[in-house]
Design a protein around this ligand. Structure first.
Ligand code: APR
Length: 313
């Protein structure tokens, strides 16, 4: 007896990890293991049990467990990594580097040993450097490692456009490229609302304001929280990526992938449009950018390069 379900391992059972567990359950993506450390192990076991007890009303079948032992992630199809400290007000994502690189080293080691075939989605900040570090430390093939940032940045861009214009967010389509920081590159030129180019229904002032708000969206939330950073929208964004992999949906989503010549960028993880399917990252799309857009992308790549250098990997 037993179930032939997919298996999802969540490394880090904090704000994002807990929401990931709930969303993965409600979407019936498979069985779920949430791993945390030290004093957080018993609480995550309790929260996993709480989610099992939610199942009759949530109407899902899934085995959900909390653990402190990497052996329990064995056989995972997908691993989502949120282990690490979030920001407090006044911090940049880069300020987290020293603390979180030590955590990623530990996590990379555990995943490499116990789930070496899993598709890995890194969420820990500073994102572009942490996904690079994870890739270097595990030695996994590049199609097996992705950073979750562009999918969230694009969700924020779409949400702000819908809020500003008073239209359905379902009709807003667009993408955000680059690093997960204030230099990210939303692309208004390629954004549409129900097929109508954004520039035809929003003024330049509105668009400039929306670009700025998107770039600072994470910080806007950190300021309101005081301690900690966004968790609902990051969790949904990572789940969308995991779902596309698990169900071979081949969604086109922006995410941080290892670029080796794409967009003239070499050896860095940076947010670009990807196709995610059963093989992991199945394709990187190269959009023809204007000179101005390309200059912005090269600028954000320069920022990412400096942060990556600090990992000393
Ligand atoms: N192994 C496993 N889990 C760990 C480890 C480790 N070595 N170190 C820390 N953790 C756990 C913490 O115990 C905590 O439960 O990671 C969890 C992080 O949860 P939160 O502090 O609530 O942070 P969260 O809001 O979920 O954000 C996690 O994602 O978006 C980024 O900037 C954010 O880096 C942060 C990460």
């Amino acid at each position: 007896m037993g179930f032939a379900r997919k298996k999802i391992a969540l490394i880090g059972g904090g704000q994002i990890g807990q929401n990931l567990a709930m969303l993965a359950a409600m979407k019936e993506l498979g069985d779920i293991v949430v791993l945390d450390i030290g004093d957080f192990v018993n609480p995550i076991k309790g929260k996993a049990l709480d989610l099992m007890e939610m199942a009759p009303h949530g109407n899902y079948d899934a085995n959900i467990v909390g653990t402190g032992d990497y052996a329990d992630i064995a056989g995972a199809d997908v691993v989502i990594i949120t282990a690490g400290k979030p920001r407090v007000a006044g911090m940049t994502r880069e300020d987290l580097l020293a603390t979180n690189i030590a955590i990623i080293k530990d996590v990379a080691n555990g995943i490499k040993t116990h789930a070496p075939k899993a598709f890995c989605i890194v969420v820990t900040n500073p994102l572009d450097a942490m996904v690079y570090a994870f890739y270097k430390l595990t030695g996994f093939p590049k199609h097996q490692v992705v950073g979750m940032a562009g999918t969230l940045d694009t969700a924020r861009w779409r949400a702000f456009i819908a809020m500003e214009l008073g239209v359905s967010v379902s009709d807003v389509a667009g993408t955000v490229l680059g690093g997960h920081g204030p230099d990210m590159v939303p692309l208004p030129r390629l954004t549409t609302v129900g097929g109508v180019p954004l520039a035809e229904i929003a003024t330049k002032e509105q668009i400039d304001k929306l670009v700025l708000r998107t770039r600072e969206a994470g910080t806007e939330i950190v300021k309101l929280f005081g301690r900690g950073s966004a968790f609902f929208s990051p969790a949904w964004s990572a789940i969308i990526m995991a779902e596309s992999f698990l169900k071979d949906k081949k969604r086109i989503l922006p995410g941080a992938a290892l670029c080796e010549g794409e967009y003239g960028i070499n050896g860095l993880f940076i947010g670009v449009p990807l196709m995610i399917g059963a093989k992991g990252i199945e394709k990187i799309f190269q959009i023809k950018l204007t000179d101005e857009e390309n200059a912005m992308l090269q600028k954000t790549a320069g920022v990412v390069k400096n942060t990556v250098a600090e990992t000393k990997l």
